[in-house]
Design a protein around this ligand. Sequence first.
Ligand SMILES: *[C@@H]1O[C@H](CO)[C@@H](O)[C@H](O)[C@H]1NC(C)=O
Ligand SMILES: *[C@@H]1O[C@H](CO)[C@@H](O)[C@H](O)[C@H]1NC(C)=O
Ligand SMILES: *[C@@H]1O[C@H](CO)[C@@H](O)[C@H](O)[C@H]1NC(C)=O
Ligand SMILES: *[C@@H]1O[C@H](CO)[C@@H](O)[C@H](O)[C@H]1NC(C)=O
Ligand SMILES: *[C@@H]1O[C@H](CO)[C@@H](O)[C@H](O)[C@H]1NC(C)=O
Length: 587
Amino acid sequence: MLTADNHGKPNGVITCQHLSKYALIFLLLVLSVLICLLINMLNLENLSCHTASMLFQPQSSSHTAFAQKAPLPPYYNYTVCSHLEPTPEEALEDRYLLNSIAWPKAPTGPAPAPLIQSSDPVHSLFNLLPLKIQREWRVGDQLEALVQMHDFQGRPKRYGGDFLVARLHSPELGAGVAGRVVDHLNGSYLALFPLLWQGTAQVVITMVHSSEGVAVLQRLQEQRSDRVFFKSLFRSGKRSETTLCNMCLPPNQPKQPLCNYTDLHTGEPWYCLKPKMLSCDTRINHAKGGNKKNLITNKEALLLQSGVNIKVVIHASGPDRINVLPGKKDEIKNRSIIPEPVKYTPSGYYYQGSWRSFAGTTARKFNDSSSITQCLTGKVFHMYGDSTVRQWFEYLNALVPEIKEFNLHSPQRSGPFMAVDSNHNILLTYRCHGPPIRFGAVSTNELRYIANELDGLPGGADTVVAISIWSHFSTFPVEVYIRRMRHIRRALVRLLDRSPGTLVVIRSANLQVQNQEVSLYNSDWFSLQRDRVLRTMFMGLGVVFLDAWEMTLAHNLPHQLHPPPAIIKDMMDLILSHVCPTKKQKS
Ligand SMILES: *[C@@H]1O[C@H](CO)[C@@H](O)[C@H](O)[C@H]1NC(C)=O
Ligand SMILES: *[C@@H]1O[C@H](CO)[C@@H](O)[C@H](O)[C@H]1NC(C)=O
Ligand SMILES: *[C@@H]1O[C@H](CO)[C@@H](O)[C@H](O)[C@H]1NC(C)=O
Ligand SMILES: *[C@@H]1O[C@H](CO)[C@@H](O)[C@H](O)[C@H]1NC(C)=O
Ligand SMILES: *[C@@H]1O[C@H](CO)[C@@H](O)[C@H](O)[C@H]1NC(C)=O
């Protein structure tokens, strides 16, 4: 009742003079007391008089801000997060980034499409396009495959938006490279592959989601950013309580007062419902609460079925493999193996089972622990983020016997972790990123934002910093991710400014195994959006971009949230190659 009144006020009433504002507050206070008396008389629980009056003020002031600027993305409706409004420059970058990842909207409107009219990978086909000039494929050429999507009735699709991934590989040669898929927006797609090795090459095209399936995910992204929820334990003496927490709690949610844990340095928001008996500063930990269920209708569920329209391979109408001849001799001499700039250039490829990056540094191999020790001698290596960067800590810790983990008595998954080799003066650390980290209980005292951690680093030529932050943001609007990465970027710019020798590695998102359940919370489609944004935001910053997306797409092994050891080794070889470049490259 109170909330409805408040929302219904014309803008002028709230924005007018202080005098009338206070009068209004007073009036509402009186009203709320009356309402409370009434509620108490009716014996309703869970709403104290105190609560209702406390809630009034922040809501009214935030509505003032809303009234002036319309329309806002649905996320900003969450009144407790009103202070998140971006500055004009930030809003400009937001718009640019969001435009760059804009996904075609289904022409069928907001209602879920019938399965029978949605994209069916089994009915869909691709064919390899013939070369235009010469007869044979040679190293350095670009291979093109045209995909035509069909629905479950076998009719060709006439609009785009299907999420396809493409790969060219040769299991015999241990070779693989990610393709690029261009959406023609008319039901056909072009997949492009650089030819980088001599011998056989086979095209694999996979439909991750149909455009109709993506539409369901888009709806969740816009309407259900609460689909993963969080909790905190509060404790003081013998008393303890657990309450619900999130980045922004929806306006109709807080019938209870809130605890505001907004970070004072970055402004990153975080709220919990206030415990009934305890104060906000008795918060002990932060944890994932769980996944909300029943997010999609039965009709929507048909569009996201494992083995039917989630990650299903599309077959070729003709041959799906070619034989690649060596490039013309003087062409090879003149240009590196990288295709010309007009063509699609991946960030690297697999050959003979190991990753070859196109990004400058010659890849060295760090097969044995002594070569790693030699490389890391005198270094401090800080790893920040989710479990996909923790894998690097675990890899080094397991592989190098001289590096001993220091027992900090931390929880198994969330850390923080520290490992040292005091003979060689090597220090490794791992720390998880701040909320919305979805780990089990992280102690409040260990809950830090990466940007703040970076501000605490002196940095320098002996410091390596690796950051991986993506997966735990998949249930929030992309703006939330952009804001977080902006804070990290600012801190990195400060770090590289005061200590230009610091080596910074940014790891992108990777593909993972998908079924319906995983798709709703962690679909590769959500990861793709974040991956693209990340690339753009850290371009030209003087950091090493580790392309986990392409590495997991190009590899033969099945997709997993935590890439298998073979890929972790390739990632670590790449990082160590940057930490310890060959002599020639250094000069
Ligand atoms: C957010 O506000 C817009 C415009 O006022 C409204 O259309 C939309 O339904 C609101 N969304 C939510 C989630 O409240
Ligand atoms: C929470 O705290 C931040 C920082 O002090 C403040 O900007 C924000 O308005 C507060 N939120 C609410 C709902 O009061
Ligand atoms: C789809 O678009 C592509 C690129 O514009 C075009 O070459 C192709 O002919 C179109 N296909 C159909 C069926 O319209
Ligand atoms: C390769 O470079 C040489 C000398 O720079 C030039 O004469 C020749 O035309 C180049 N060949 C090709 C295929 O570009
Ligand atoms: C490292 O191991 C790979 C694969 O086992 C092998 O091909 C390569 O020659 C090794 N490199 C070095 C420097 O030992």
